[in-house]
Design a binder for this molecule. Structure first.
Ligand code: DX5
Ligand code: ZN
Length: 228
């Protein structure tokens, strides 16, 4: 298995010391910055937006991994896809025509992903899997950090991984929600190759940021060498 990518959930970051956070992520070659965009409608919470993304890009070259949890998502694709090379995912329920949304993201030279809510079957959008660059599997119901994994979502990851292998689909499998020290092994064994790491690991308040990143990397070393 190749390198498992880390995407720290920036809604969990220390907003008063963002440059320090970005310096540490740069030092550890962190792969993405996960940007949870929430509008208070599709999900009850309200979080990060365009100006936050612009500020990050002014300071850091780390690619953005933008997770759109917003209604009428098509109205905002152009704005969020201005950061070329970003990974941009959306929940298909937030548009009438997800194929068009995927095409729009790709036209803006971004990687397109669909996000699968906890309550949505992994088969619901299987026709889209060959169109996207990645699938974001929610292991908590979107909206808040600090939640506990819904165990049935692990089976969804494993099923998606098996379906991808059978159909020779190359899309990456990203997992978002309670990516914790305890859950990382089973998430990776199920087939996750991109981990959204929030308050349960990289931003775990029991450790300094560097120590937490080193702990995650140690945990992943075994899998990166193994052929799962
Ligand atoms: C959930 C968010 C995630 C994540 C935060 O809606 O999209 O970013 O849950 O990390 P944890 O779950 O570890 O606090
Ligand atoms: Zn997210």
């Amino acid at each position: 298995m190749g390198k498992i990518k880390l995407s720290p959930s920036m809604m969990c970051a220390d907003f008063l010391n963002i440059q320090d956070e970005l310096d540490i992520f740069q030092k550890y070659n962190i792969d993405f910055l996960h940007i949870d965009v929430m509008d208070g409608h599709y999900v009850p919470n309200y979080t990060l937006g365009i100006d936050f993304c612009k500020s990050l890009k002014r300071y850091s070259s780390i690619p953005l991994d933008i997770h759109l949890m917003i209604e009428n998502v098509d109205q905002y694709i152009e704005s969020f896809c201005q950061f070329e090379g970003s990974w941009v995912s959306f929940h298909p329920e937030t548009t009438w025509h997800p194929v068009r949304t995927i095409e729009q993201i790709k036209r803006h030279k971004c990687k397109a992903g669909i996000a699968i809510d906890t309550a949505v079957s992994i088969d619901q959008y299987k026709e889209l899997y060959e169109l996207v660059d990645f699938v974001l599997v929610m292991t908590v119901t979107p909206g808040y950090a600090g939640q506990k994994i819904l165990p049935f979502c692990l089976e969804k990851i494993a099923k998606l991984n098996a379906d991808f292998k059978q159909a020779n689909i190359m899309a990456a499998i990203e997992v978002d929600g309670n990516v914790s020290w305890e859950n990382i092994p089973s998430m990776v064994e199920a087939g996750a190759t991109v981990l959204v790491s929030g308050s349960s690991s990289i931003f775990d308040s029991k450790f300094g940021r560097s120590e937490a990143i080193e702990r995650v990397r140690e945990l992943l070393e075994f899998y990166e060498e193994a052929e799962l």
